[in-house]
Design a protein around this ligand. Structure first.
Ligand SMILES: N[C@@H](CCC(=O)N[C@@H](CS)C(=O)NCC(=O)O)C(=O)O
Length: 228
């Protein structure tokens, strides 16, 4: 798709995964134009989205050269690598490797399970409402388990009061402490399907970390737009 200008074009919707990409573009100082659409928002520009991403999923980002990027983790990694000053990814290779693992973990294990809870009818041949509800419930339990494991692996010690873990991206090599791409994606994807309520009961330290991310001045304005 040739956008006809030198702007990024982001397909997204209020309360969706496009929130993470909006924040990343803003941190990187990259001007972008929004196309507000979603597969559940009938009458929107869904045909335009379908033409570039047949899955009709958001976020989908069109780069100024016309390249289409879908998959939130891929978009964040691309922006992190091409705009290093935005601080989306750590510069230090081991820390960056951990962040890449965490980003792909969220996409593969959490975002995918959210999709099953949202559209259980896609995951059973049964048209019976109770069968679909059973799929939704199982996906929800698996999603919550995946977040518990995420917390244990990527924020170890966060349940201890003495934990120094401020953000998931870890301390910068210059000693500064800022959220990065993993923080953005974790804060957004954990908004859905009862994840925050589960974490409140089972990983309160990790929930507090997510709330710190949301409250950070680089993140809060975007979250206020999406979840006023
Ligand atoms: N694997 C994709 C999943 C994106 C996704 O599921 N987005 C949701 C909105 S938050 C969507 O557009 N769902 C519409 C559908 O599947 O019909 C990613 O990581 O970005």
């Amino acid at each position: 798709m040739n956008t006809g200008n030198e702007q990024f074009v982001l397909f997204g919707f209020k309360g969706s995964g496009s929130a993470a990409i909006e924040a990343a573009l803003e941190w990187a100082g990259l001007p972008y134009r929004m196309v507000r659409t979603a597969s559940w928002a009938k009458g929107s520009s869904l045909d335009k989205l379908a033409a570039i991403n047949p899955l009709k999923q958001i976020p989908t980002l069109v780069l100024p050269d016309g390249t289409v990027l879908s998959e939130s983790a891929a978009i964040l990694i691309h922006l992190g690598l091409t705009c290093p000053k935005a601080g989306l990814l750590p510069g230090e290779p081991s820390a960056r490797a951990r962040c890449l693992r965490a980003l792909v973990y969220i996409a593969a294990n959490c975002y995918s399970a959210v999709s099953v809870t949202d559209f259980p009818q896609r995951w059973t041949a049964s048209t019976d409402e109770s069968a679909q509800q059973a799929v939704r419930q199982a996906a929800r339990a698996q999603l919550h388990h995946h977040w518990g494991v995420f917390s244990d692996v990527f924020a170890p010690g966060v349940e201890q009061a003495s934990s120094a873990a401020t953000f998931l991206s870890g301390l910068r090599t210059d000693g500064s402490d800022q959220p990065g791409a993993v923080d953005l994606l974790a804060a957004v994807v954990s908004k859905w399907s009862g994840t925050r309520a589960y974490l409140k009961a089972h990983r309160p330290g990790f929930l507090a970390l997510l709330e710190r991310i949301e409250a950070h001045p680089r993140v809060a304005p975007v979250f206020a737009r999406h979840w006023p």
